[in-house]
Design a protein around this ligand. Structure first.
Ligand SMILES: NC(=O)C1=CN([C@@H]2O[C@H](COP(=O)(O)OP(=O)(O)OC[C@H]3O[C@@H](n4cnc5c(N)ncnc54)[C@H](O)[C@@H]3O)[C@@H](O)[C@H]2O)C=CC1
Ligand SMILES: C[N+](C)(C)CCCC(=O)O
Length: 506
């Protein structure tokens, strides 16, 4: 019903959109301030709507010539943008945030159709995106240094053209988390979304343009590993910020090393959530659900190793299983759906494979872990599964060691604080962690001793844009959000000013 629509007019028709009806035929590349037709349409790859398995659009990867055009257009815009006063940039970014807020429901719908997550979650993601842009717009004005007397001073200066490479789990939000601090510092950006979720980043590009950024300041190139490689190697690129898997993160770092380009790596995790017997049980159960089931479990910082103190294990399991079984899985565009479809058929099979392997290794499936077919016939080709709780887990099991990236919670008993800290830290990952306890001393002691970039005390997976987010160990480095991120998108210049004569040693 929506075929042949441009993205802007597509957004206009979104209030009427339902699962299984939208087709995106417009160009998904964006540079020089407009959408750009891909050159090599014979390389097109189908993109699927996760809830139905239907083809939503074609993704045509950008080649070297197109990547070069996008980067050059970013560089031209960078020369203008970086010379504008911070306050002027802030005004434009605030306008972009306002437009996103105004179109939030329609952008969220498109995100659901492309990604499969529930509409309630997608709306939160879009809210976080505009909040992020608003937050960094507020900071843009703070980079002015005022001189006085004989002095030295430092200037925070932009890096130049930054590349953002995104994952498929938070397509719009990742584009905002990377572009907002980059642009606020005076940089330009070329962003490559995941080939599985190419649809919404271009809307952000259009909104920045509408808000008044110079043409070419935020650009979108489509493609997968090859296009990503071209971006990382391009000599005019000053920085790469990446969200995705550890193996790809290592490649990004290697490629960037060749050009001595700084990188931000936002990689995977296998985060521990530790629940002590003195916890407030109701909140601990809610926390465990929040730590495992957002976005069908496809969240890098999920607390998928749930350590529960032995004495409260039966009570915890009973509650968690009861609530997991009650999660409504189905059409992600319906308000009362709590879990949508996984990103793709191969990914669904991979997640189900982890459950099968867990059973083989001795875990007990307390609920879920099965393919799920909603009753609505249009969803029969969708990539749904029932959320799963695994009991009888041991630290050496595959399901406890590897990132599953699906709605699968592994529960492990523990006895003492010392023991659980050692086990929680016994991983190469270190993205996030959590602890539930009423003992304030214990809470802070555990937070200090967990090797992770974030520790949630008595909650999990909340991410206000004011707080930094990023990993320890192989979960990456650099931070997104919070004031500190300004340091990752700028460089510091020291200016030493002599007001008198030079006192020469020679
Ligand atoms: N936020 C996170 O930490 C995420 C972690 N993952 C993990 O990664 C697994 C695989 O997901 P993928 O999307 O395939 O992750 P990926 O790491 O392969 O891809 C992430 C992004 O990097 C790009 N890319 C891939 N190879 C590249 C290369 N050689 N050079 C430059 N760019 C390249 C991709 O096109 C995509 O835009 C998931 O199952 C999950 O375990 C996935 C998504 C998000
Ligand atoms: C929004 N939040 C904190 C739930 C997840 C964002 C990180 C990611 O998985 O890309």
């Amino acid at each position: 019903m929506f075929s042949q629509c441009g993205l802007v007019s597509l957004l206009d028709t979104m209030p009427a959109a339902s699962t299984g009806t939208v087709l995106v035929n417009d160009h998904l590349n964006y540079w020089g301030g407009r959408r750009v037709k891909p050159t090599d349409e014979k390389n097109a790859e189908p993109v699927f709507e996760p809830a139905t398995g239907r083809v939503l659009c074609q993704m045509v990867p950008c080649g070297a010539e197109e990547v070069d055009q996008a980067i050059k257009s970013a560089h031209t815009a960078y020369l203008k943008w970086s010379k504008m006063a911070g306050m002027e940039r802030a005004r434009i970014m605030l306008e972009a945030a306002r437009i996103i807020r105004e179109r939030r429901d329609n952008i969220a719908k498109l995100e659901v159709i492309n990604n499969g997550k529930s509409i309630t979650e997608a709306q939160v993601d879009i809210d976080i995106a505009w909040q992020c842009i608003e937050y960094y717009a507020g900071m843009a004005g703070q980079h002015i240094q005022l001189p006085g007397g004989a002095f030295a001073y430092t200037r925070r200066e932009p890096l130049g053209v930054c590349v953002g490479i995104g994952a498929w789990n938070y397509p719009f939000q990742i584009a905002a988390w990377k572009s907002a601090p980059a642009l606020a510092c005076g940089n330009a950006m070329v962003f490559k979304p995941s080939p599985m979720t190419p649809v919404t980043a271009v809307i952000l590009a259009e909104i920045y343009k509408e808000a008044g950024v110079p043409e070419g300041l935020f650009n979108v190139v489509q493609g997968g590993a090859e296009t990503g490689t071209l971006l990382c190697h391009h000599p005019m690129v000053a920085k790469v910020s990446f969200t995705g898997s550890v193996p790809t993160g290592k490649k990004i770092m290697e490629m960037s090393a060749k050009g001595v380009k700084p990188v931000t790596l936002e990689l995977g995790g296998k985060s521990p959530l530790i629940i002590f017997k003195d916890c407030e049980m109701e909140n601990a159960v809610r926390g465990a659900l929040m730590a495992n089931y957002l976005s069908q479990g496809e969240v890098c910082c999920n607390g998928t190793r749930v350590f529960v103190q032995r004495e409260i294990m039966p009570q915890f399991l009973e509650e968690v299983v009861k609530r997991t079984k009650a999660i409504r899985v189905g059409d992600p565009l319906l308000k009362d759906t709590l879990m949508g479809a996984l990103i793709s058929k191969p990914h669904l099979e991979k997640v189900l494979g982890f459950v099968a392997q867990a059973k083989k290794e001795g875990a007990r499936v307390l609920c879920g872990g099965e393919p799920f077919t909603p009753s609505d016939p249009k969803l029969k080709g969708g990539y749904f599964m029932s959320p799963c709780v695994l009991d009888n887990c041991r630290d050496d099991m595959t399901c406890v060691k590897e990132e599953i990236f699906g709605p699968v919670m592994s529960v492990l008993p523990f006895d003492t604080e010392e023991e659980v800290l050692q086990r929680a830290n016994n991983t190469t990952f270190g993205l996030a962690s959590g602890v539930f306890t009423r003992d304030i001393g214990r809470a802070h002691r555990v937070a200090e001793n967990l090797q992770a970039g974030t520790c949630f005390i008595n909650n999990y997976n909340i991410s206000p844009v004011e707080v930094p987010f990023g990993g320890y160990k192989m979960s990456g480095f650099g931070r997104e959000n919070g004031q500190v991120t300004i340091e990752y998108y700028s460089q510091l210049k020291t200016v030493v000013v002599e007001m008198g004569d030079v006192d020469s040693l020679f």
